[in-house]
Design a protein around this ligand. Structure first.
Ligand code: GLU
Length: 507
């Protein structure tokens, strides 16, 4: 086995990678970077029937989004495979699996099986009826002679099964996180290692690849623990030393059930789409099973690399708390330099309205410099980047046209509101510089003069200039909107209120 750490992330391209998959990738990546080792990406595509178009692209995109760069793998960052242990896609390694199968066959550790699906089905039903543990009944091992098996193997489609050694007692999996886990060999059946289509099964391919790729540590989800005794037996039969095994704790929803779509555990790229920052996501996922101590929650990427250690990965299921993720995202958003936040927001503004972007009527590309002046207005309260279009859209649209009723704050008569906005318009027309201080110095004292609460006056102005009752801080908003536009909007508002009053009084 290699002296330096070599770990791998071995996804199957059978669907969109979810948080659980990518947490596994992250832990392997952190471990590799922490120990100065290599992070290998291997694509386990032996189940051709379950292959999903586009899944591989999503896996690569997820890793790239989170900055989990791999040292070896298909499509390396530098283009092409860049490691010595390739190819890194299992369907391109069939020869290696075949060699291992031949060796196992030759040593009597494996045998061909000709049982039809119908026979296997009937066998399973029978086992169920008799409440026996499920598993292959060794028909082709016990009922056929080795000559028969050999002859038929040359003529018939068949699978190859691993022969579980019945001698040798319990099979012990030394798990780094869980300690020794013992399995009764009688409960492990003679599993298939080579399918009739010539493809290996997960178990065989996984073991062969981990061996030949000189993987030192296997970190994967707990759901693979029951597969580990089979792997241990395969390593033994092939005369290879197994890597260190570490099964990562399950990820659970707040109700402690296995994390599922129901808990909002959608594909990793959906988090990207919803405006989570990769740095927040990385920090959050690192804490799904690992901790430095019992209180530190915020870690930069470098800090994670510095501290990550398998010794501090727990056994207990990790609770996925979506609110905490959103909180953490807000924290990371607030830490971004404003210009950088603007850059990250831009794609969210520019996407089509139906996907949550600015109204389609707003011309694309959006003015990046203008966006940079707006981001400080929302940075403090933004929790996800996809909230930005909703918060900022009025900056990009035409003049607002609020209804008269919306321009009249609670507890204020229409006449008072009209007078107030008319006076605001007059006063603002006269101010010199259009900046926050000047606006504040002019508007704040007016509330008292008009006999209104500040909230009432500012509320009316807000609706007049933005068309909304909620917006970023008023004076900053007015500065960003610009003098001309605010004055036009205020005059319109006074007009709207006047028309409405005229209508109300006409017979
Ligand atoms: N291909 C398996 C998966 O999709 C890999 C399991 C392992 O790491 O051994 O999760």
């Amino acid at each position: 086995m290699a002296d330096t750490v070599r770990v791998r992330f071995a996804p199957s391209p059978t669907g969109e990678p979810h948080i659980g998959n990518i947490r596994t990738a992250l832990f392997n990546w952190l471990f590799a970077r922490h120990s100065g080792g290599s992070f290998v990406l291997r694509i386990e595509d032996t189940d051709q029937e379950r292959k999903v178009e586009g899944a591989l692209d999503s896996i690569l995109a997820s890793l790239r989004w989170l900055g989990l760069d791999w040292d070896e793998g298909p499509e390396s960052e530098n283009g092409g495979s860049n490691g010595d242990y390739g190819p890194y896609v299992q369907s391109e390694r069939l020869g290696l699996y075949r060699e291992a199968v031949d060796r196992l066959l030759a040593n009597g550790d494996a045998y061909p099986c000709f049982c039809s699906p119908e026979r296997l089905d009937a066998m399973r039903k029978e086992q169920q009826r008799n409440q026996q543990p499920p598993g292959y009944d060794r028909h082709c091992l016990t009922e056929l002679t080795s000559e028969e098996r050999e002859r038929r193997a040359g003529e018939e489609r068949h699978v190859v099964r691993f022969r579980i050694p019945t001698e040798g007692g319990t099979v012990v999996v030394n798990d780094y996180i869980r300690g020794d886990v013992a399995y009764e060999p009688a409960l492990i059946d003679d599993f298939v290692i080579l399918k009739s289509d010539g493809f290996p099964t997960y178990h065989l391919a996984n073991v062969v690849d981990d061996h030949f790729m000189q993987i030192t540590h296997v970190m994967r989800a707990e759901e693979w623990l029951p597969s580990a005794p089979r792997h241990v037996l395969l390593y033994r039969a092939l005369g290879w030393e197994p890597p260190v095994l570490a099964h990562l704790p399950m990820i659970l929803g707040p109700d402690r059930a296995k994390l599922s779509k129901r808990h909002g555990a959608t594909s990793t790229l959906e988090y990207k789409n919803s405006g989570y920052l990769p740095e927040a996501m990385t920090n959050f996922m690192a804490l799904l099973g690992w901790s430095l101590d019992d209180h530190t929650e915020v870690f930069s990427r470098d800090e994670l690399v510095e501290h990550f250690d398998l010794d501090r990965v727990g056994k207990a299921g990790a609770i996925f708390n979506a609110e905490k993720l959103t909180w953490m995202n807000g924290l990371y958003i607030r830490q971004l330099p404003a210009e950088e936040l603007a850059e990250r927001i831009l794609p969210f503004l520019e996407r089509p309205e139906a996907e949550g972007g600015l109204p389609d009527g707003v011309a694309r590309p959006v003015d990046a410099a203008y966006v940079a002046t707006l981001t400080p207005l929302i940075q403090e309260r933004l929790k996800r980047l996809d909230e930005a279009p909703g918060l900022l859209s009025f900056f990009f649209e035409g003049l607002p046209t609020p209804a008269a009723s919306d321009l009249v704050p609670k507890g204020v008569s229409p006449e008072q509101a009209t007078d107030a906005l008319a006076m605001v318009t007059d006063k603002l027309e006269a101010i010199g510089d259009w900046n926050e201080e000047a606006l504040e110095a002019t508007l704040r004292p007016m509330a008292e003069e008009l006999g209104l609460k500040t909230g009432q006056l500012f509320g009316a102005i807000r609706v007049a200039v933005t068309g909304r009752s909620v917006s970023p801080p008023l004076f900053e908003t007015m500065v960003a909107l610009g003098r001309e536009r605010c004055m036009d909007a205020l005059r319109n508002a006074v007009g709207t209120l006047g028309e409405s009053a005229a209508q109300a009084s006409s017979p």
